[in-house]
Design a protein around this ligand. Structure first.
Ligand code: KG4
Ligand code: ZN
Length: 338
């Protein structure tokens, strides 16, 4: 089963061909980072316009790299939610049009399910059940995956996502957009115990997160230092800030996996590229006896191969879309498209 998949939920225009949910035949990504850099963040209208300009070329390149023609493709998939609505609509409508023209099934895919599925591409032996920590620019979820299309959220952020907190921290330290990766590099040279940033844990066994406090805390710290005319060690602050955020992510993640009696744990989403998070998850997992799976760095960020991987399992479960399928800016991961 060869699926042509499209991803356009944010600022990457991407197309890929994936076989049977596990094998990448091609994976093309056009990143708009350079375009949005000067604004310090993604400008939704500009993202949509670039998707429109690029999508045909990216899909053609995906076919060419896989050395396939459309007649050899069995289904077309696209990220359908969640994401920037105008951006999603470009990929979704292109995919629906292509499926209609070729007489192929169309498979709508949830973006976060796709991030989890990136792991199927890298780890042939990984099968559900497992507990996943899904951390991206817009989401921080702990998800129990009982099957390929059966998800239960066991914890999530009540305010900002981890990626958002990293990006804000990076910005206040004067690092370029997108901040997370630059903050990660800077933190590697710093002392993670230099500053005690707050860590929020909720009562009554809740595994939810809150990162707005730690975000405000780094803003206030830099502001106060500026007011007093003091200097600061940006690497120490970056390392301490990252230490606080990754501690909470890892602690709740391990509790969730233990509570649900899981043997396998899975890291997913753009923030899963973070070196401190990867290091801590590996350490805690080995101490607590979990087998840990994480995507290679090349599949952590947004890409279409992960959408093609999840699409295979959605198709197998009979979760197909039709030409009336609309995009949604938000959608819970446990819901299926109707
Ligand atoms: O999954 P993703 O590529 O896009 C969304 O679906 O949101 O995640 C993007 C997020 C951004 O906040 C980015 O700064 C963060 O992932 N990120 C990182 C690293 N690489 C990307 N955060 C921390 N450390 C990194 N190495
Ligand atoms: Zn993403």
């Amino acid at each position: 089963m060869k699926i042509l998949a499209i991803e356009s939920s944010c600022d990457e225009t991407a197309a890929a061909i994936v076989e049977d949910g596990r094998k990448i035949l091609s994976n093309i990504i056009f990143s708009q980072i350079e375009v949005h850099k000067e604004y310090g963040g993604v400008v939704p209208e500009i993202a949509s316009r670039y998707h429109i300009e690029k999508i045909s070329e990216i899909v053609s390149r995906a076919l060419k790299e896989a050395d396939l023609s459309m007649s050899e493709i069995d289904a077309v998939a696209a990220t359908t939610a969640p994401g920037l609505i105008g951006a999603l609509l470009v990929g979704l409508n292109y995919a629906k049009g292509l499926a209609y023209r070729e007489g192929l099934p169309f498979i709508p895919v949830h973006h976060l399910r796709g991030h989890i599925a990136a792991n199927y591409l890298a780890h042939p032996d990984l099968t559900p059940p497992f507990t996943a920590l899904v951390v991206s620019g817009g989401h921080s979820h702990i998800v129990r995956c009982d099957d390929y299309t059966d998800f239960t959220v066991v914890g999530k952020t009540r305010d900002d996502a981890a990626g958002e907190a990293f990006d804000k921290g990076a910005r206040i330290l004067g690092l370029p957009y997108p901040g997370g990766v630059h903050l990660d590099k800077l933190a590697q040279k710093g002392d993670r115990l230099a500053v005690a940033f707050p860590r929020v844990h909720f009562e009554n066994g809740s595994l939810d997160f809150s990162f707005s406090g730690v975000k405000t805390s780094i803003v206030n710290l830099i502001h106060q230092k500026k007011m007093k005319g003091e200097t600061w060690d940006a690497a120490d602050i970056a390392a301490s800030y990252m230490h606080a955020i990754t501690d909470v992510l890892c602690e709740n993640f391990m509790i969730a996996a233990t509570r649900d009696g899981m043997k396998n744990i899975v890291l997913a989403g753009g923030v899963s590229a973070n070196s401190m998070l990867r290091e801590k998850v590996l350490k805690m997992a080995s101490e607590q006896g979990f087998s840990v799976f994480m995507p290679p760095l090349s599949l952590c960020g947004d890409n279409a191969a992960m959408i093609g991987a999840q699409a295979f399992y959605e198709w197998r479960a009979g979760h197909l879309g039709d030409l009336s399928q609309n995009a949604r800016p938000t959608m819970a991961i446990d819901l299926n498209f109707m």
